[in-house]
Write a protein that binds this ligand. Structure first.
Ligand SMILES: [Zn+2]
Ligand SMILES: [Zn+2]
Length: 432
């Protein structure tokens, strides 16, 4: 959370996180459909009070449909119906984003004020410490000056004493010479001043004056203190600097940091059961996966079997509008697709990779489920982000054709959880 920023600046930084990119080889109708999903997801985030997530998603929606999509090669020919519906959604997104903006602005304002107060406290503490240090060094300086003065005083006293002794001695000699003729004086020419006159104090050993040579009786000051392990400082957690604050989200453990997709355990069996007729004839069948977003997880709830035509190694949906209609009906989010391989193993063929590309382009979490009839196996696949996505995105060959295979351009999803506590609903619109 970057509370050091004023709320307006922080909001605009958050808006900038809603990056939208347009791929010319993803059909424009998919973008319009994906737009509706973005609105639904933003609504979920809003309901769950994840305002930042909602705001970023709406920002993405707004930039996509207000500016970016215009460069799509199919933009001029897109259906006017889709355009009209989208116009309504843009209006909705703008007003929703505006209301979230107010909520966030208030929140950021409070956080920023709190941050400023804390900074003020830190500053005051620092100043206090500096003042203490200043006083301490002033005191030390005064003490040193006083010690110097004391030393000078002692030296002066010694000098005066010496002078006094000289004076007395000369007085003594004067008296002596005066009376020498009358008085017999012994050879012991002792002075009148007692001999045990205290010696001049040794300035060097005056208390309070530091000396270079240590006295043997004094304890050395450089003794190493015993190490008290209990005093070992506890490492403090790293506090991040002024980097742009990431949008709050639960910790995700999977490889690419994707949201988890919950796939009901009965999905493959139900699907295989309803398409058995085709599989027996060695004809592929496909279905579209729909679901919803909850607590930052996607849950597959429906499989739609749309109008389609299939062969032994391919399968195509034929009425896009039905898919759209169904999505509206179930108020769902498209989470990928499922298809059969009647006589082959479960994998993604070159055609499958191209079919899956738009799904994953628009939703990184999209899953391609493949059920093998002959080998009784199910795979949950995705195109490998990075290398896989860029190769497929840049390939325009039709039909079955070779791609790089080492390593393959697809992989098993580690963000999919097969759940035994969820069930799926299958809707067959093939003969609608
Ligand atoms: Zn296939
Ligand atoms: Zn290709």
């Amino acid at each position: 959370m970057d509370s050091s920023l004023p709320s307006k600046e922080r909001l605009s930084k958050l808006f900038d996180q809603g990056v939208a990119t347009v791929h010319g080889n993803v059909p424009i109708a998919r973008y319009y459909r994906s737009g509706e999903e973005m609105i639904r997801m933003a609504d979920v985030y809003y309901e769950e009070k994840q305002y930042e997530m909602a705001y970023v998603l709406l920002a993405k929606f707004i930039t996509l449909f207000l500016e970016k999509l215009k460069i799509h090669p199919q933009y001029k020919n897109a259906s006017s119906q889709a355009k009209a519906a989208n116009k309504k959604s843009v209006k909705y997104a703008l007003s929703k984003a505006e209301s979230i903006k107010f909520i966030l602005e208030e929140k950021y304002e409070i956080e920023h004020t709190k941050w400023k107060d804390e900074q003020e406290k830190i500053r005051a503490l620092k100043e206090e410490r500096l003042e203490q240090e200043r006083l301490k060094s002033k005191h030390e300086k005064e003490m040193a000056e006083k010690a110097l003065l004391d030393q000078e005083k002692v030296q002066m006293e010694y000098f005066v004493e010496q002078q006094r002794r000289k004076q007395l001695e000369s007085e003594r000699q004067e008296i002596e010479s005066k009376f020498s003729k009358n008085v017999t004086v012994s050879d012991d020419n002792f002075p009148l001043i007692p001999v045990d006159f205290a010696p001049p104090p040794n300035i060097d050993t005056l208390p309070g004056i530091e000396q270079g040579s240590p006295q043997t009786s004094r304890k050395p000051t450089t003794t190493v203190p015993p190490i008290d392990r209990s005093c070992k400082p506890i490492p403090k957690p790293e506090i991040s600097g002024n980097k742009a604050a990431p949008v709050s989200a639960p910790v995700r453990a999977n490889k690419y940091g994707l949201k988890t997709v919950i796939s009901p355990h009965d999905l493959p069996a139900k699907f295989m059961q309803s398409v058995k007729h085709n599989t027996d004839k060695n004809v592929e069948t496909c279905g579209i996966l729909f679901g919803n977003l909850s607590q930052n997880q996607f849950i597959i709830t429906h499989v739609l079997l749309p109008h389609q035509s299939g062969t032994s190694e391919s399968c195509n949906t034929t009425r896009e509008e039905d898919i759209w209609e169904f999505q509206e009906l179930c108020n769902g989010i498209c989470l990928g697709w499922i298809h059969t391989h009647p006589s082959q193993t479960a994998f993604l063929s070159s055609v499958d990779l191209h079919t899956h590309y738009p799904y994953q382009c628009l939703m990184s979490e999209s899953v391609a489920i493949v059920c093998s009839g002959k080998f009784k196996e199910t795979g949950y696949f995705m195109i490998s982000p990075g290398r896989g996505m860029s190769e497929i995105g840049g390939c325009s060959k039709p039909g079955h054709h070779p791609h790089s295979t080492v390593p393959p351009l697809f992989e098993s999803c580690d963000h999919v959880n097969v759940s035994s506590s969820h069930t799926v609903q299958l809707v067959d619109w093939r003969n609608k």
